[in-house]
Write a protein that binds this ligand. Sequence first.
Ligand code: NDP
Ligand code: 8X3
Length: 249
Amino acid sequence: MKTALITGATSGIGRSTAKRFAKEGIRIILCGRRKKRLEDLKKELGVETEVQILSFDVRNREEVFHSIESLPGKFRNIDILVNNAGNAHGLDPIQSGSMDDWDAMLDINVKGLLYVSKAIIPGMIERQSGHIINIGSTAGKEVYPNGNVYCASKHAVDAINQGMRIDLNGNGIKVGAINPGLTQTEFSDVRFKGDSEKAEKVYQGFKALQAEDIADIIHFVVTRPYHVNIADLTVMPTAQATSTIVDKN
Ligand code: NDP
Ligand code: 8X3
C-alpha cells in the first residue's frame, strides 16, 4: 500500500486528488490549515483507506517540519508527495500590487513547496524511491496581464521542478510537474478575496477544467510503470488556447 502526502487537501485540486487516491486504496496524509475541513474529509475517506491529517501553514518552517516528523509509523514512509498548496492573491498591475499579496504568493507557492519537499526528500533518498508531483500552472509557462507575481511564483515552481529532477537523478525518485489551465475551484475566490461575483465570472461562458479532471491526471501519473516519469504536463480546457485566449460565448 502506497502512502501519499497531499498539501492543500482542504479544497479544489488537492481535495479531489485525496478522494481519488482514497478510492484507489492509497494511504493518505491530508494537509491544510483548515482543521475542520481536514477532520470532515478524514471521516469521509476513512471508510476507504487509512487517513492521517496534518494541519500546518506551509509558510511556517517549524510547523512544516514538526508536523511531518510527528507522523505515526505507518505514515512515515511517504511514497508520493503532491506539492499542491498554493493560490493567487490579487490580480493587479505591478505598479499597484499589494506587497502583502506578493509575500503570500512567494512564501506559499514557492518557499512553502520547498519546505515541505525538504522535510520529505531525505526519506525518499534513504529508501531510493519516491514520486514528487509539483503543481505548477499555465502561469508558469507564460505571463499574462496583471499576473506578474503569481506568474513568477509558478515560473519558480517550473524551475524547481526541473532542478529537483536533475539533483535527485540517480536516487530512484520521479519528479514531475502538472500545469493546469483554468480550473474551477476556490482559486478565484481566494484571488479576489471572497468577491464571489468576480470569481464566478472567471469561469463563465465556457467549460472550465474541474478539480476532478486534474485528480484523474494525477492518478494516471502515479500509476505509470517504474521506468516512466511524466516530467512536465500542461492541461487546459478545450476552450482555452493561452492564458488570455479563451473561447467564451
Ligand atoms: P483552492 O483555493 O481550491 O485550494 C488551495 C489549497 O491550498 C487549499 O487546500 C488551501 O488550504 C491550501 N493552502 C493555501 N495556502 C496555504 C498555506 N499557507 N498553508 C497550507 N496550505 C495552504 O485552489 P486550487 O485547488 O485551484 O489550487 C491548488 C493548486 O493548483 C495551487 O498551487 C494553484 O496555484 C494551482 N493551480 C490552480 C489553477 C486553477 O485555475 N484553479 C490552475 C493552475 C494551477 P487551507 O486554506 O486550508 O490552508
Ligand atoms: C491558475 C490559472 O490562468 O488563473 O494558475 O493563472 S490562471
